[in-house]
Ligand binder design. Structure first.
Ligand code: BG6
Ligand code: MG
Length: 218
């Protein structure tokens, strides 16, 4: 394995558990459309773009809408979601994240965010984490969604590193596949059962550090 110099982190589910807020917002919208929507259904939305998430919900309800209507519902969902995000507390950062990032930075690694979310800026700022990243690539900067590797390739580029010098931390299957499609190794945050394609799996960033991860990967 080439020497690793860059670390690319997904946001939702890796840095912070926002899935519960996405769920509450989608649930409210689904209720408005009379579509039953459960926490199990919400699992299908992880790592998936806002529009694709809506399309999955419409599919569950057997409902077809025009492009314009879909745009309106996405905006509506995001307004509900943002009400939760505006109240997000820095204590909601996932366990071990601050320590892991600080230690990696001290060791000289370059660090980027690679997220599908168009709300990454506000979330990082609510968590006091803006300064923890050398580059932030989010849903406002990319054209194609994971599993396309665009978000991670752009991350490596903004860090000034080759793809082989970077690894990805991801909690969603689409994100693990995006890393592999970009020629990078993927550290799965979760279980091997949920992320069978990940190169290694860890339950979270708590109690580990970058040296340990790289040792496990090589
Ligand atoms: C991903 C989440 O990180 O971002 C998805 O896992 C979400 O659930 C996607 O749909 C887009 O997020 P946002 O904040 O732009 O609606
Ligand atoms: Mg995620």
């Amino acid at each position: 394995m080439k020497e690793i110099k860059g670390l690319l982190f997904d946001l939702d589910g890796v840095i912070v558990d926002t899935a519960k807020y996405h769920y509450l917002a989608w649930k409210e919208l689904a209720g408005k459309l009379n579509i039953p929507f459960t926490e199990k259904d919400n699992e299908r939305l992880k790592g998936v773009s806002r529009m694709k998430s809506l399309e999955i919900i419409l599919e569950i309800g057997g409902l077809k809408l025009s492009g314009e209507e879909k745009e309106e519902y996405c905006t509506y969902k995001n307004e509900i979601y943002l009400k939760y995000i505006h109240k997000l507390k820095k204590e909601e950062v996932l366990p071990g994240v601050n320590e892991f990032l600080a230690d990696a930075r001290e060791k000289g690694y370059r660090i980027a965010l690679g997220s599908a979310s168009k709300n990454a800026g506000i979330i990082l700022s609510r968590l006091n984490l803006v300064g923890a990243f050398d580059a932030v690539i989010d849903g406002t900067k990319v054209k194609t969604a994971k599993p396309d590797p665009e978000v991670f390739l752009l991350g490596a580029k903004e860090l000034g590193l080759s793809r082989e010098a970077c690894i990805v931390f991801e909690d969603a299957k689409a994100g693990v596949d995006a890393a592999h499609n970009g020629g990078m190794k993927a550290v799965g945050i979760g279980t091997k059962e949920n992320l069978p394609n990940a190169d290694i799996c860890i339950p979270g960033l708590f109690g580990t550090n970058i040296n340990e991860i790289i040792k496990q990967l090589s």
